[in-house]
Design a protein around this ligand. Structure first.
Ligand SMILES: Cc1cc2nc3c(=O)[nH]c(=O)nc-3n(C[C@H](O)[C@H](O)[C@H](O)COP(=O)(O)O)c2cc1C
Length: 218
């Protein structure tokens, strides 16, 4: 074979190999850059998701601060207060009487018992033992048993001694069957700057309490 023809063939082969080489390198670069852009998209998606999570957390932490403040002489209202705490995540605060109510005190069949006397005298304000700070709360669930159709006087001690103006107060009670309405009407007419809800009589167990709370939107 002529030397010239061999040289030509070598040149053509070199050119073809060169083209193939460039093509392979080129497609790898393209692949890499696609991969990078996918990773970036994933990263930015993740960072958006994180942002969303943070926003949600902020929303939760910006939510209104809730307290469940209650008086309970024999534990029934206390249980209900606990269900409300479970549902709202609010702070549970008991109103503790300075003088505990004994079973004699609670005897509603005795016209001389402490409870009967207290409920018959609208000026009585039994002392509260513990200090209750309501400043940091926007929403207060206020719980008590019904005594003689009304709120125990110690609830009025609490309302008289705390400035709840502008706060939302949601009364709830337990009872042998009487409703909360009489007590709430009194609250609304005597503490006019407090935003009282109509409240609820909660004698029907845990799930009824939780349904009621969920209906309030907390
Ligand atoms: C002094 C006293 C008076 C009561 N008066 C009523 C009443 O008028 N109507 C009613 O339905 N229940 C009445 N009850 C029942 C309580 O409201 C009921 O047992 C309540 O769930 C007790 O809650 P506690 O365990 O949180 O104290 C009275 C109970 C007591 C001790």
């Amino acid at each position: 074979m002529n030397k010239k023809i061999i040289a030509l063939i070598v040149i053509v082969v070199v050119i073809i190999v060169g083209f193939i080489g460039f093509w392979v390198i080129g497609s790898n670069k393209k692949l890499e850059s696609n991969n990078n852009s996918n990773t970036n998209t994933d990263e930015s998606k993740n960072s958006n998701e994180t942002k969303e999570e943070n926003t949600n957390n902020n929303e939760t932490s910006n939510d209104k601060k809730v307290a469940i403040i209650y008086f309970s002489a024999t534990g029934t209202t206390e249980k209900v207060a606990g269900y409300i705490k479970d549902e709202t995540g609010g702070d549970l605060i008991e109103i503790v009487p300075k003088d505990e109510y004994t079973s004699d005190d609670l005897n509603y069949n005795n016209s001389n018992s402490r409870c009967t006397k207290e409920q018959n005298d609208s000026s009585i304000r039994p002392e509260i033992k513990n200090t209750i700070n309501t400043d940091n709360y926007d929403v207060i669930f206020l719980g008590y048993p019904i005594w003689w159709g009304d709120a125990p006087r110690i609830i009025l001690t609490f309302l008289d001694s705390h400035n709840l103006d502008g706060k939302v107060v949601i009364p709830f009670c337990t009872s042998g069957g009487s409703e909360i309405d009489t007590s709430v009407s009194y609250f609304k007419s005597h503490y006019k700057n407090v935003k009282f809800h109509d409240g609820a009589t909660l004698n029907n167990g845990e799930s009824a309490v939780k349904n009621w709370v969920n209906g309030l939107g907390f």
